[in-house]
Design a protein around this ligand. Structure first.
Ligand SMILES: [Zn+2]
Length: 456
């Protein structure tokens, strides 16, 4: 299996650090606003990577953070005159809702920055010990000039950076490209205590602290959108490696961005398509098929027409599965059929080639053509289960299990969850939502305080 590693700039054979276990860290959202479809592309891609690794027999430990404190969250809380936690909580809920609806497998953990202040402080302390951090009145900074391999991920060099950079007047630091590890408290802003006074963590240090806390000093895979390569991931490498003196991540995977009329989808410029708008209109599987029809490293220009087309082609897959399922024979010998195996083989080869989903989707359609035109006597069950299996790798047409439940019982559970949330027990509320989602029951918290639910 080969994957393109941004660090080396080429495809490499994938060899995990620990036999069949893979540690994977996914840069999660800064929860200042609702997720848009550009964000979700990155999470669908990390989902595909995880599914493929699991298909290959690896046990994946998947950690995805939430940045629940930052300038924009604070600004929004001021605007709405509420606590910053309320802003974060609302958008974490919206993210989880979109993620579940899009069939993205849940991470093992979703750590939040504000719940890992201690771990963050410990990394900064190591950086002080290794004499690569310094304190000024505006905060604690990482001294980039002292980290010799700086730029190895983004292929930037410090001299070029130096030319174009200026220190903003409110930041007291030695050099323009030194970045904040800890920001000193400003009037009216939330703060935590640290050995360097009251303040809050910088963005980059959160990911270094949380990823190594859960996955160890060195782990296998780190993913994110290509807009995170610089400075975010470059800084994560600098902090982590300067603190531990060990390599941080073995494989860096970056997805291309989803553009809208030629520009990056972005919250700050209001140039985006929200999932709230898109998902009621289109099937989640159609959105997945649309996004996966382009290789993950390439940019996509968002076009609603192409999304509609994807939904139409999705119906060809659904029809094939349904018609096979309708008249599956009671018993069928499972002697592997070479023609079916050749489709599976081609699919696996495509996925092994740096997750080539467009090619893999093409093979699914050839397989469907075979199903629709060939005599399937004696191999129907095999064709059915293989088609399902391949679709499931793409997170499409996941086997619908019969869900048996009492509607009134679900209402009771939702009622109790509401009481818990009103008491501020958001963790328990999340747990209930997670447990229900395992039964294919999905909750969605509405702005008016009610919760609606549905079966996937
Ligand atoms: Zn990150």
């Amino acid at each position: 299996m080969k994957i393109y590693n941004t660090l080396s700039g080429r495809q490499e054979v994938f060899i995990p650090l620990n036999k069949n276990k893979v540690g994977m860290y996914v840069c999660g959202m800064t929860v200042q606003d609702s997720p848009h479809i550009g964000h979700m592309r990155a999470y669908i891609i990390s989902d595909i990577i995880k599914r493929w690794l699991e298909y290959k027999g690896f046990k994946v430990k998947h950690i995805q953070n939430f940045t629940d404190i930052d300038d924009k969250i604070i600004a929004k809380a001021k605007e709405e005159n509420c606590d910053f936690r309320e802003i974060a909580e609302r958008h974490i809920n919206e993210y989880m809702d979109a993620s579940d609806r899009l069939g993205i497998k849940r991470a093992d953990l979703y750590p939040r920055a504000t719940e890992h202040i201690q771990e963050i402080i410990e990394v900064i302390e190591k950086l002080f010990k290794n004499k690569i951090a310094y304190k000024t009145e505006s905060g604690v900074y990482f001294e980039v000039g002292k980290f010799e391999p700086y730029g190895k991920l983004s292929k930037k060099n410090i001299k070029d950076l130096r030319a174009g950079s200026r220190i903003s007047p409110d930041e007291k630091k030695k050099s323009a490209f030194d970045f904040a590890l800890w920001k000193s408290r400003k009037q009216g802003e939330p703060y935590w205590h640290s050995p360097w006074g009251k303040g809050r963590p910088g963005w980059h240090i959160e990911c270094s602290a949380m990823s190594t806390h859960y996955l160890g000093d060195t782990f296998d895979i780190h993913t994110g959108g290509e807009d995170l390569i610089f400075p975010h991931h470059e800084n994560e490498i600098a902090q982590s490696e300067a603190a531990t003196n060990k390599p941080f991540v073995k494989y860096w995977l970056h997805n291309g961005l989803l553009r809208l009329t030629g520009e990056k989808m972005s919250k700050s410029t209001h140039h985006f398509i929200s999932t709230k708008k898109l998902l009621p209109k289109y099937k989640a599987d159609g959105v997945r098929l649309y996004l996966l029809s382009t290789h993950y490293r390439h940019p996509i220009e968002f076009e609603e027409n192409r999304l509609k087309e994807a939904e139409e082609s999705l119906s060809r897959i659904e029809e094939a599965i349904v018609s096979l399922k309708r008249d599956l024979p009671k018993e069928e010998k499972l002697k592997p059929n070479s023609k079916i195996l050749s489709f599976v083989d081609a699919f696996e080869k495509a996925m092994d080639e740096d997750f080539n989903t467009p090619k893999a989707i093409g093979i699914i359609y050839s397989f469907i053509k075979f199903i629709n035109t060939e005599n399937l006597n004696g191999i129907k069950t095999q064709a059915y289960s293989m088609l399902l299996k391949l679709c499931n790798v793409l997170g499409i047409y996941e086997k619908e299990e019969e869900v048996k439940f009492d509607k009134k019982l679900v209402d009771v559970i939702i009622d109790i969850r509401k009481t818990l949330r009103n008491k501020g027990e958001f963790g328990l509320g999340d747990e209930i939502r997670k447990r229900l989602s395992e039964l294919n029951i999905y909750l969605s918290d509405q702005p008016d305080g009610t919760t609606i639910w549905r079966v996937r």
